[in-house]
Design a protein around this ligand. Structure first.
Ligand code: GUN
Length: 295
């Protein structure tokens, strides 16, 4: 039987509806949630992400602003901009798009963002809260979105083997931190695999929940997946396709056609996790705005 689809578009739309509702409630109290995204340089993919964040904010009734800086911007200038945004009461969430140009030290930039405005959840203060199970902080948007997808798809995670492919600070590590906590849509036994993992398939075949965030097009094949597993594909990869109108198409890290015949539930690419990231960013920003007035 083919796997049931976990529809990220529909789940993200529900999250965004809640965000719009909460935004309206805050506006009635005189507070318009505001997110400022900072983009340094002109990486085309990053520019697309930042543009869609701005549009999504406006659709939800929030204030969305993008600040675009040249690739040559000195680190001190970026840090001074963050200081200004930290001090601006109309800005509730600050996002500095990654990756940054090589001459800028990303950890220093992340540490400069006020933890209360760090809606990306990248600041060590929020990372610490995430690992210690303190729900007051902000969780990074992509793994938080995956957790919401598992919840909305009715996946029972308690005591299950979750295997995560990829150890990035943006997805793999925080995903593990979310799934090892005690509580709802968590309580997993977690394995993180990465580029140095030996015999990858021996790990992936144990997974009740397999989360692929490795950035390698269609790397996960059917024989790597346990029958009945839940598979979440975080990958967004461009592959050449002369038959496609743009000359390329977007694929995930999972070979969807064959894995969907083995899995019980699977998220597609596109139409899966991608939409959730922005929805969770909006949700974090509304929460930051509410917390700023003591709520
Ligand atoms: N680059 C890729 N994903 C992200 C993200 O979630 N936040 C930021 N700031 N940069 C990214």
């Amino acid at each position: 039987m083919p796997a049931e689809l976990i529809d990220g578009v529909a789940i993200a739309a529900r999250v965004r509806q809640r965000v719009a509702h909460d935004t309206a409630a805050l506006k009635a109290l005189g507070v318009t949630p505001g997110l400022t995204a900072v983009l340094v340089g002109n990486d085309p993919a990053s520019a697309v992400y930042v543009g869609s964040k701005e549009r999504a904010c406006k659709e939800a009734g929030m204030h969305g602003e993008s600040i675009r800086l040249p690739a040559s911007t000195p680190e001190v200038e970026l840090l001074a901009l963050i200081d200004r945004l930290n001090a601006d009461p109309a800005v509730h969430g600050i996002l500095v798009q990654m990756p940054l140009p090589k001459h800028i030290d990303s950890p220093s930039v992340i540490r400069r963002i006020a933890p209360a405005k760090d809606v990306d959840g990248f600041h060590p203060f929020n990372v610490g809260k995430l690992f210690t199970g303190d729900r007051d902080g902000f969780a990074p948007c992509t793994p938080a979105g995956v957790q919401v997808m598992l919840e909305e798809a009715g996946v029972d995670t308690s005591g299950k083997e979750a295997v995560i492919l990829g150890r990035s600070n943006i997805v793999g590590k925080p995903m593990a931190a979310l799934l090892i906590q005690s509580g709802k849509t968590a309580d997993c036994t977690v394995t993180i695999c990465h580029s140095r993992t030996k015999d990858l398939a021996s790990h992936t075949r144990r997974a009740d929940i397999l989360i692929a965030a490795i950035g390698r097009p269609e790397m996960v094949t059917a024989e790597m997946v346990k029958p009945g597993a839940v598979v979440i594909d975080v990958g967004i990869n461009r592959v050449d396709d002369p038959s496609a109108p743009k000359g390329y198409r977007i694929v995930g890290d999972v070979k969807f056609d064959e894995v969907s015949r083995v899995a019980s539930k699977i998220s597609p690419v596109p139409g899966g996790v991608g939409r959730m990231t922005i929805a969770m960013l909006l949700a974090n920003t509304v929460r930051a705005a509410r917390l700023s007035i003591g709520g």
